[in-house]
Design a protein around this ligand. Structure first.
Ligand SMILES: C[S@@+](CC[C@H](N)C(=O)[O-])C[C@H]1O[C@@H](n2cnc3c(N)ncnc32)[C@H](O)[C@@H]1O
Length: 207
C-alpha cells in the first residue's frame, strides 16, 4: 500500500467534526476507512459510494455505527438538516461541484461540511506547490514502505475508482463563493485543498 494522500489527512478531517456531533455522511467512502474513524468517535455514519466493489469490501468488515450504501449521492434525496458532519475525501471532483448545495441543505444547524478536494493544476502557484510536494512525497513513500516491511501490508484493500479533477483551485473558490456563504478554502501540500463550510446555528428557541 503506497503512501495514501487522502488517509494522510484523516486526522485533520476528524478535527473538523463539530463538538457533540451524532450523525455524519461520508460521500464517496471507498472502502470506508474514514467512515470507520468517524464511527470510532461515537458518530452514526452513512457511508455512500456507487462502486459495488468498494462497498462489498467495506461491508465485509462491518463496524457498529456505519451504514454502507451503494448509491450515487447525486441521485439521493438527502434529508434536510440531518447531518452534523458531511465529509468528501477526494470524491467531490467525481460529481458536479453544485452537489455541495445538496450537502449544505442536508447539514443540521451548526453542522460542518468538510471537503478534501483535488484540483487541476493550471497556474504557476499550482506548479510551485506541486514541486514543493514532490520531495516530501518521496520521503513519505520510503517511510511507509519501510513500515510495511516491518509490520506487513494492510490486507484486503480494494482500490477505489479515481479520475482526474477538471476544476482549478480558483474555479473551486469561485463556485464555493456562490453556494457556501462564509466558506473557507486553503491549499494542502499533497495536491489537495481543504474546503470547509459551517451552517449557521439556528436561532435559540425561547424557554
Ligand atoms: C478517489 S476515491 C476516494 C475514496 C475514499 N474517500 C478515500 O479517501 O480513499 C473517490 C470515490 O468517490 C466515489 N464516487 C464517485 N462518484 C460518486 C457519486 N456520484 N456519489 C458518491 N460517491 C462517488 C468513487 O466511487 C470513489 O470510491
Amino acid at each position: 500500500m503506497p503512501f495514501d494522500h487522502n488517509d494522510h489527512y484523516h486526522r485533520a478531517m476528524a478535527r473538523l467534526v463539530p463538538e457533540g456531533a451524532r450523525t455524519a455522511l461520508d460521500v464517496g467512502c471507498g472502502t470506508g476507512r474514514f467512515a470507520r474513524r468517524l464511527a470510532g468517535l461515537g458518530i452514526e455514519v452513512d457511508a455512500v459510494d456507487p462502486a459495488p466493489e468498494v462497498i462489498e469490501a467495506a461491508s465485509s468488515a462491518p463496524v457498529s455505527g456505519v451504514r454502507f450504501l451503494c448509491a450515487d449521492v447525486t441521485r439521493m434525496e438527502l434529508p434536510a438538516g440531518r447531518y452534523d458532519y458531511i465529509s468528501c475525501l477526494a470524491s467531490l471532483h467525481h460529481m458536479p461541484f453544485g452537489t455541495v448545495a445538496a450537502f449544505r441543505d442536508a447539514l443540521a444547524p451548526g453542522g460542518v461540511l468538510a471537503v478534501l478536494g483535488c484540483y487541476a493544476e493550471r497556474t504557476a502557484a499550482d506548479f510551485a506547490w506541486s514541486l514543493a510536494a514532490i520531495p516530501v512525497n518521496a520521503a513519505a513513500r520510503v517511510a511507509v514502505a519501510a513500515g510495511e516491511r516491518m509490520g506487513g501490508t494492510r490486507a484486503g484493500s480494494v482500490p477505489a475508482p479515481v479520475r482526474p479533477p477538471d476544476m482549478s483551485f480558483e474555479e473551486v473558490r469561485r463556485e464555493a463563493a456562490s453556494l457556501l456563504p462564509g466558506f473557507s478554502l486553503r491549499r494542502l501540500l499533497f495536491w489537495r485543498y481543504l474546503l470547509t463550510y459551517r451552517k449557521p446555528a439556528g436561532p435559540r428557541l425561547p424557554g
